[in-house]
Design a protein. Structure first.
Length: 157
C-alpha cells in the first residue's frame, strides 16, 4: 500500500469552514446523474469518491448540516452551514457497514485519486456524455453497480 495510502488526505467546503480528513484515498469513483445530486451540486452530475466511513474524520462537524433528502435510507449529506457546499456524505448500507461519499472536487490533493468507473442514475442525465464508461440507467441497476464491488470485497467474494 505504501506511504501515499497512509498519508492523511484533507477536504473542505468552498469557504473552508467545514473540514475533514481521510486516512486513505478512496478506491472507487462514479459520476451520479440522479436528480438529487443535480440539485445539491447545482451541476449535471456529481463526481463522487467512495470510501469506508471509518476512514473519514470530520474536524468541524458543527459547521455541517446533515440532511437525508430522499428518506431515512438515503445518503446523509453534510452541507456547510456557511457556504452551502455539499462537503461529505454517508450511507448506511448494512448494519455495521457505512460508506463515506466524498465529492472529488472537495479534496485538496488529487494524487492517487481513482478515475471514474461508471455513470449511475443515467436515465436522469441532463445531457449525454461521450466516454467509454459503463452506464447504469435505473435506480436498481445503479445501486447494484455501486455497491457490489464494495460488498464483494467486504464479504471476500
Amino acid at each position: 500500500m505504501g506511504e501515499r495510502m497512509r498519508a492523511q488526505i484533507n477536504g473542505q467546503c468552498e469557504c473552508g469552514q467545514s473540514r475533514y480528513s481521510l486516512s486513505r484515498m478512496p478506491t472507487r469513483r462514479f459520476l451520479c446523474h440522479c436528480t438529487i445530486c443535480q440539485g445539491v451540486y447545482k451541476a449535471p452530475y456529481a463526481d463522487v469518491l467512495v470510501t469506508g466511513a471509518r476512514s473519514v474524520a470530520i474536524a468541524s462537524e458543527h459547521s455541517l448540516d446533515f440532511k437525508r433528502l430522499n428518506g431515512e435510507k438515503s445518503v446523509d449529506r453534510g452541507i456547510c452551514n456557511h457556504c452551502e457546499t455539499p462537503t461529505i456524505g454517508f450511507l448506511q448500507v448494512l448494519p455495521g457497514v457505512k460508506l463515506g461519499l466524498v465529492p472529488a472536487t472537495r479534496l485538496e490533493h488529487t494524487d492517487g485519486m481513482p478515475s471514474p468507473a461508471m455513470h449511475i442514475f443515467y436515465e436522469s442525465r441532463v445531457a449525454d456524455l461521450h466516454d467509454e464508461l459503463p452506464r447504469y440507467e435505473t435506480p436498481g441497476q445503479s445501486i447494484r453497480a455501486c455497491l457490489w464491488p464494495f460488498l464483494a470485497g467486504f464479504a471476500g467474494l
